[in-house]
Write a protein that binds this ligand. Structure first.
Ligand code: DC
Length: 237
């Protein structure tokens, strides 16, 4: 019998990283459904901490209190449900100011470290599709498949704009594009776990590929890799 951490390590992970509104969350969800894998939306976790900080008036740079919030009993996050003080806040965390605050608190290394165990716990049989900024570079460096999703800032802003209008928010496309660029800069330039392609990453450009083409491509890559991966695991038995 293998020790627990080795069993855990043998669970395949598909890491999907990319900037905001690139389509990575939708791709991750659909790939996970197709393979009957678990899914981790790590951005939702950062958003949940941001919402908790907003609720309890914790400043974005008050690192010690942010870490205490993560370790405390206010927030819980499992299988797509984000709860704050026992209430489902899965839609509230999607609001733009929460995303902006999430990006700001995500710059702090201790905040990121405090969230590692929670993210690793999502790695369960038969497999995991994890999306975020540092899935392939930091959290699941041994992911069997690493994908970097890109799209132009203009295309991403259009998508975000449509989503917000559909939800009844009154927004201007110029403001959405400006915010998205600011968020990109923060996520790309931060010192800890900046958004960058992992080594051996495969790139998907959703400006030129539809979501279903992207999903099919990820699944095709996975099936190509999987036989080698399984064979290696059997050999380690
Ligand atoms: O993917 P998203 O837009 O929901 O993420 C919200 C913010 O959380 C994002 O701007 C940066 C941060 N984040 C991060 O730093 N690392 C991750 N793995 C996921 C999200």
């Amino acid at each position: 019998m293998k020790p627990n951490h080795l069993l855990h390590k043998s669970v395949p992970v598909i890491a999907i990283d990319g900037p905001t509104a690139s389509g990575k969350g939708t791709i991750a969800q659909l790939v996970a459904e197709h393979l009957s894998f678990h899914v981790l939306d790590s951005g939702a976790l950062y958003r949940l901490v941001a919402l908790a900080a907003q609720r309890y008036r914790v400043h974005k740079d008050d690192i010690a209190t942010l870490v205490m919030l993560i370790g405390g009993s206010h927030i819980s996050f499992c299988e797509g449900y984000a709860q704050l003080d026992g209430v489902d806040v899965s839609s509230e965390i999607r609001h733009e100011p929460v995303g902006k605050l999430a990006s700001a608190i995500a710059m702090h290394a201790p905040v990121r470290s405090a969230l590692v165990a929670c993210q690793s716990a999502f790695r369960k049989p038969p497999g995991l599709v994890a999306d975020g900024r540092d899935m392939g570079t930091v959290i699941f460096t041994d992911a069997v498949l690493k994908i970097f999703v890109t799209a132009s800032a203009e295309d991403r802003a259009q998508r975000r704009y449509k989503q917000l209008i559909q939800k009844g928010f009154s927004v201007k496309i110029d403001a959405v594009l400006r915010e998205l660029r600011e968020r990109d800069t923060r996520d790309l330039k931060r010192a800890t776990a900046p958004l960058k392609p992992a080594p051996n990453v495969r790139t998907l450009n959703t400006s030129t590929l539809s979501i279903s083409e992207s999903v099919n491509q990820v699944i095709a890559w996975y099936w190509k890799i999987k036989p080698t991966y399984s064979a290696k695991n059997v050999g380690c038995g």
